[in-house]
Design a protein. Structure first.
Length: 647
């Protein structure tokens, strides 16, 4: 049966053309989209993509500055390839993603052939190709991590299915290839490692044909000393031990990469993560049926589900707990019947469940908090199991004579409506303004969405309209420090200094208080510390408030000793206050944090000039010019110093 299944796994050229044509038809309009949302930090602001950054250096860093310690060097490498061929032309990045999605669809069809007949497997692959939940992974450029990881994940699984020989012996070369492909999947995105669990489920319940009662019976006999482990069981254990050990090694290496530290999230990223018991547990469990509903009914999609998008489940009496109970009941029912019996239908369901559950575990919040509440792109792999279940149900219904035409009609309507929804959803990703305004149609309780629409308008220099969105963000989430900072910055751009200062003071009042003599240890978003810089930069225009501004810079430094911009801004202020020694010390401290900043060396040289030390000034101007030979001010002042010294 296994040999027949592997033979059936072959995909015809007609099927490949059908799948790729459908993918192109659904996603060709994504080529007109730009870089939006997380693409900005991962692509536009990511200097590691530039050829000027050594390849090994770029591959040793985290995904982006906002990636919460995500290490995805193979994904970054493909971004570098895009930049090499087209620099920042967004169309090439989107085209690459569409091609990758087409490859995933073909590989998924091959996997489906192992558990479904030819027609049902094609239905599953077609549904996967057009499902609207994938727009974030395909049309959002950073979703490439999901696409690449899925390619290696499916390839690893297909390789593992060939690890059993015709005589039921172990074939080690496919297992070795599986381990390599698992490592590659993990280097694209962390969830790639979960394919090891899928392989374990396949080995036990499909390849060896065990059921859960059979496993319990075998274990009971061994414990009672009636019999040793059967040869087939020993072979299975040996293969699984190799997989588990390789997984543990990958996990250890991954932990070393993040330097044994968990990423820092704020309560705005994931409110339930910092909530007390039982709110945290009830909310995290409720998120499971929320994700399941997005797969069942992807009619209202949103790019950002953080902050107040999904209110916390704070009581056992909350009616939303019924959704959680229904979800677990249905999942338990499927698991019970698929693990109890060994017929082909049970094997299909158990593999579908493994594709749904195991890849979703890292994003579930159930074992450790993540930096989001719901993220549609993490459903890319779990949707494979969902599509298998739908296709399996279609197979069951269509084999009933009176339901055959109706089942084909229903599946045709489903594929058509999903394809249209996907095509239309792509237009939402055209720009940041269209993306976030579309999200506001789904949810108006997320202050981050109001802020992001404001940012999009701000980038168009439409400060008056941007201010309205920023003010609405403060109404939706009154304790959102970033929203008040946005209001202050916009008032400043509108030359309303008094209103700007008031907004910054509100933001500052929301910051954790500093207790003199105690180390500051509260976790806050690093960009929120800019409130001290922004407020100080605003008030230092008033000569009588220079000391007040200096106090703000020192507060920022006390909260974050490695805050480079605080030292730079304070150095400029101290120079203005004629406190030359302190200004020099501030710049020297900033240089300890960043010796590659030409402007810092230039500023230090200006302080040296004021301190009547021209030789030291010239030396520092030269440092600036080594880093930036076209630094005009450094060239000009160097020439002045050399002219004055007779050189």
């Amino acid at each position: 049966c296994l040999e027949n299944g592997l033979t059936m796994a072959v995909v015809s050229w007609k099927e490949i053309l059908l799948l790729t044509g459908l993918v192109v038809g659904c996603y060709w309009n994504s080529l007109s989209c730009g870089f939006v949302f997380d693409d900005v930090s991962a692509i536009l602001d990511n200097k590691d993509l530039r050829p000027s950054t050594p390849l090994l250096k770029s591959l040793s860093k985290h995904f982006s500055e906002r990636s919460h310690k995500s290490y995805r060097p193979l994904t970054v490498f493909t971004f570098r390839l895009n930049y090499l061929f087209s620099e920042l032309s967004a169309a090439s990045y989107h085209l690459f993603n569409v091609v990758l999605h087409g490859i995933v669809c073909v590989l998924f069809l091959r996997v489906c052939r192992l558990f479904l007949d030819k027609t049902s497997s094609l239905v599953a692959a077609l549904l996967f190709a057009v499902h609207p939940i994938h727009t974030e992974a395909v049309t959002g450029v950073v979703g490439r991590a999901e696409l690449l990881s899925s390619i290696f994940l499916l390839a690893a699984f297909l390789a593992y299915t060939k690890s059993t020989g015709a005589d039921h012996s172990i074939v080690w070369s496919p297992i070795a290839l599986t381990v390599v492909l698992v490592a590659a999947a993990t280097l694209c995105k962390e969830q790639g490692i979960t394919v090891v669990g899928i392989c374990c489920v396949y080995e036990v319940f499909v390849a060896q044909g065990f059921t859960f009662p059979m496993l319990l019976d075998t274990l009971r006999q061994v414990l009672q000393g009636k019999d040793g482990f059967p040869y087939a069981v020993l072979q299975t254990l040996l293969k699984l031990i190799v997989l588990v050990i390789s997984t543990l090694l990958l996990v250890i290496i991954r932990v070393q990469v993040i330097q044994s530290q968990l990423p820092v999230f704020t309560r705005f990223d994931n409110p339930a993560a910092v909530s007390p018991t039982p709110t945290r547990q009830l909310t995290f469990n409720y998120l499971l049926p929320v994700n399941a509903w997005l797969l069942l009914n992807p009619s209202e999609l949103c790019c950002d589900w953080t902050m107040g998008t999904i209110p916390l489940v704070e009581s056992l009496l909350d009616l939303r707990n019924l959704a959680t109970l229904t979800f677990y009941s249905f999942l338990g029912f499927l698991a019970y019947h698929s693990l109890r019996y060994k017929h082909s239908s049970a094997k299909t369901v158990v593999m579908a469940l493994s594709f749904i559950v195991l890849p979703f575990i890292p994003a579930s919040n159930l074992f450790f908090p993540v930096g989001f509440v719901v993220a549609e792109r993490v459903l890319y792999v779990p949707s494979m199991g969902f599509c298998v279940l739908v296709a399996h149900g279609f197979k069951f219904v269509s084999h009933k004579g009176h339901m055959k035409k109706m089942s084909w009609l229903m599946i045709g309507i489903l594929l058509t409506t999903h394809a249209v929804k996907t095509f239309n959803r792509n237009w939402d990703w055209e720009s940041e303004y269209t993306l976030f305004t579309s999200a506001l149609k789904v949810n108006k309780n997320n202050a981050k969405l109001w802020n992001n629409v404001g940012h999009a308008l701000e980038n168009q220099n439409n400060y008056a309209r941007a201010l309205r969105y920023f003010l609405q963000a403060t109404r939706v989430q009154p304790d959102d420090i970033g929203a008040h900072m946005n209001v202050g910055r916009t008032y400043k751009n509108l030359n309303k200094s008094k209103e700007a200062e008031d907004a910054y003071l509100v933001a500052k009042s929301l910051m954790p208080q500093i207790i003199p003599g105690k180390k500051y240890a509260t976790r806050v978003a690093p960009n929120h510390l800019n409130v001290y810089i922004n407020l100080a930069n605003l008030i230092r225009a008033n000569e009588s408030r220079l000391e007040e501004a200096d106090q703000l810079y020192r507060q920022a430094i006390s909260m974050r000793p490695d805050f480079k911009q605080a030292y730079i801004s304070r150095g400029e202020l101290l120079l203005k206050m004629n406190k030359l020694t302190e200004a020099r010390d501030a710049y020297l401290r900033a240089l300890e944090l960043d010796r590659t900043n030409a402007d810092l060396w230039y500023n230090l040289a200006i302080v040296n000039i004021e301190m009547k030390d021209p030789s030291e000034a010239l030396k520092n101007f030269n440092h600036a010019l080594e880093l930036n030979p076209r630094h005009k001010l450094a060239l000009f002042n160097s020439a002045l110093l050399m002219q004055e010294s007779g050189e």
